[in-house]
Design a protein around this ligand. Sequence first.
Ligand code: ADP
Ligand code: MG
Ligand code: MG
Length: 537
Amino acid sequence: GDRLVLDTLVANTAYLKAQQVDRDELRQQRLTLTLPKPKTSTLQEAAGKTYESLCEQQPIGQKLFQQFLMTSNPQYAAAAEFLEELSDWSLAEGEAKEKARQSILNKFFRTKSRSFLSYLTGEETNRYKNLSDENFDDVTMDQSREATRDFLMGKPFSEYLKSPFFYCFLQWKEYEKQQITDKYFYEFRPLGKGGFGEVCVVQVKHTGQMYACKKLNKKHLKKKGGERFALLEKQILEKVNSLFIVTLAYTYANKTDLCLVMDLMNGGDLKFHIYELGERGLRMERVIYYVAQITTGILHLHSMDIVYRDMKPENILLDGKGQCRLSDLGLAIELPKGKMICQKVSAGTTGYMAPEILRQEHYRTSVDWWALGCSIYEMVAARLPFKDFREKVHNGEVTRRTIEDDCKFEHKNFDAPSKSIISHFLKKRVENRLGCRGDPRNHVFFKNINFHRLEAGLVEPPWVPNSNVVYAKDMNKLMHYSKAEDIELDDKDEKFYSEFSTGAVSIPWQKEMIHSGVFDQLNDPKLNGHNCETVWK
Ligand code: ADP
Ligand code: MG
Ligand code: MG
């Protein structure tokens, strides 16, 4: 009753307040923090890594390599600046883009300029010298980007590996390996309920970063035999790196639970937005924006041979800015090239499953495009193409309709582009289906979306969540778990838990260090004075 309502209120207040981090106070608390000395194992691990991983993919690695280039010599600095300006140029639009192009041309391609890219010489690259305006096109940009990269991978990279900057990187890598326990976080209210435990808000104590923590109760997991799937979900989440798929930042275990710490998606799920807020269904502008992001997320999974298999609005979560991500990868499966799946028990949710699953045929990524077609339909019409909202109907009938019936568009909000893209995703034959045939991003439905800018997070969301609202059910609806107290845990279980609990995930953890200011606070390669030649053989 009232007691529970009050609990939710108190919990909401604590959670909303935590989001207003006092950065100076955290800075003070961190004054005693120092980076550890790298152990031999850390050196060996780094030695096995490529230029791409060390200097491009890992955010701290990229920063330190950049700092090395900027302080080593003018030529290296020019190369670093050139890459940065190229990236700004490629994301700019209209007048700003032309301005960026002129700046690049004058700064890096004029022999008289201080930052002329003098390494762009030799037979092939001679044509870069004093390029004229009209010869300076996208192809030139791409070629000179590649040439710059080749240059940096040579001498600059090998010098970097012996520099104090790289020693510093190894220290960060050592720090990254710290053991994670409950003590690393503050915990706030639950936001949702999963099959094996609650998902609650947590905050990293020394950075103030907020995350969602999905708990999987160990005993419950064992009772239901869910360990294998939990590990699969973790391994897939760890592998993906997309703005449109929830990112896993930490995995750890405590006495009772396995914990997956992920991006906090505090704007609610799309099902909630379609049915519970305001008029049912979403404005077309929002539908297009979300579907563009979802499409990019699905393409990312498919490029890694991962089939999502649970595409539906309920699994699409919004963040605080109003951008969306795919979540709940518990049904996702990795399929090596050419391999198909066929299962007696079909995976997915009624109403979103493709004809090929329902007919128990072999399938691959096609099923995600079908489910996306169903989801777009639902975002517009607040019902599914083959099942009405809250319709009491047998699964068998939904299966029959899915396989036999044509999709009808009776709702007033459908327009020509939305009808067209849905029809193309809902082609019964896989070989005719959009996504399996043709790139969905080229469909007229997306004519106003610049995917390049979208992928860089530069397209403003059409709707922004209210930062004072907690888009989650009341707490009393999220509690009460059946406890599996009769289950005993043994050594074999412990072995599995340690395989699962690998601590911080590199890229998101490094982003957190940079974003929160910890990186700038602790990082001063000149002060720490080490030279990598002494530790690096
Ligand atoms: P399960 O696989 O057990 O169904 P989910 O991953 O779907 O678990 O999570 C359960 C619920 O927790 C979701 O429906 C959602 O309400 C909430 N939730 C999950 N992940 C997040 C997140 N990253 N941010 C915010 N809420 C989340
Ligand atoms: Mg779920
Ligand atoms: Mg799941």
